[in-house]
Design a protein around this ligand. Structure first.
Ligand code: AMP
Length: 221
């Protein structure tokens, strides 16, 4: 059987990155985050990164051609044979169509699209308090998930933490607007294909983890 491909859909702050990392641990799937790939391209100063930087800082969507090129490169890596979990991709209908074509070349198709359902108001609070360990990327939050020992990452012992440049409240509003205009229609797109799973993402991280685990195990069986 071809390795499974899961899509995590949901607005910024819904917990896609956190849950994708947990699915990596629970199922050996590999998280592919176009946001992470783009931030790496910006940090390396590649041509794609130079073009993407200002767009990302404004909270808008990077052009489909840049995102697709970055994703196609990553899909060529040899570590994806247990399956993938796409986090933050696709974000537009043309990206969803291009994804089907890229997967078809590999003999794969989308197994399920999982929509993390939340309210917008809560998202602004969630996003503006979040930060990650600079060494291992583990996610934390000022109110909801602090390290057990202040200033020390629970996962790797790192002591440096980062906040994303686009997590400021005004940029978050623009990111939510982009989500509703361009990405939310994908929920109906995957529902129409009969492969949509909806998850209440206002629940706790642990509850969402176990709901997702049941869904992933259910559709992979
Ligand atoms: P994320 O880490 O998924 O929240 O993405 C951060 C930013 O990267 C977004 O606000 C967009 O500017 C850009 N980005 C990430 N993934 C995509 C995508 N699939 N299409 C267009 N822009 C993207």
């Amino acid at each position: 059987m071809a390795p499974p491909v899961f899509i995590l859909l949901g607005p910024p702050g819904a917990g896609k990155g956190t849950q994708a990392r947990l699915l990596e641990q629970d199922f050996g799937l590999v998280q592919l985050s176009t946001g992470d790939l783009l931030r790496a391209a910006v940090a390396q100063g590649t041509e794609a990164g130079r073009k993407a930087r200002a767009v990302m800082e404004a909270g808008a969507l990077v052009s489909d051609d840049i995102v697709l090129a970055i994703l196609a490169d990553r899909l060529a890596d040899p570590d994806l044979d247990r399956g993938i979990i796409l986090d933050g991709f696709p974000r537009t209908t043309p990206q969803a169509e291009a994804l089907d074509a890229l997967l078809a070349q590999r003999g794969q198709r989308v197994t399920a699209a999982i929509s993390l359902e939340v309210d917008d108001a809560a998202m602004i609070e969630r996003i503006s308090g979040r930060y990650t360990c600079a060494a291992c990327g583990e996610g934390y939050h000022d109110t909801h998930k602090r390290p057990a020992k202040a200033g020390i990452c629970d996962h790797c012992g790192g002591t440096e933490f980062r906040r994303r440049a686009d997590d400021k409240a005004e940029t978050v509003r623009d990111r939510l607007t982009a989500y509703h205009a361009q990405t939310a229609p994908l929920i109906a797109h995957y529902d129409g294909r009969g492969i949509l799973e909806r998850v209440d993402a206002m629940a706790s991280i642990t509850q969402i983890r176990s709901t997702l685990a049941e869904k992933v195990a259910g559709v992979s069986a």
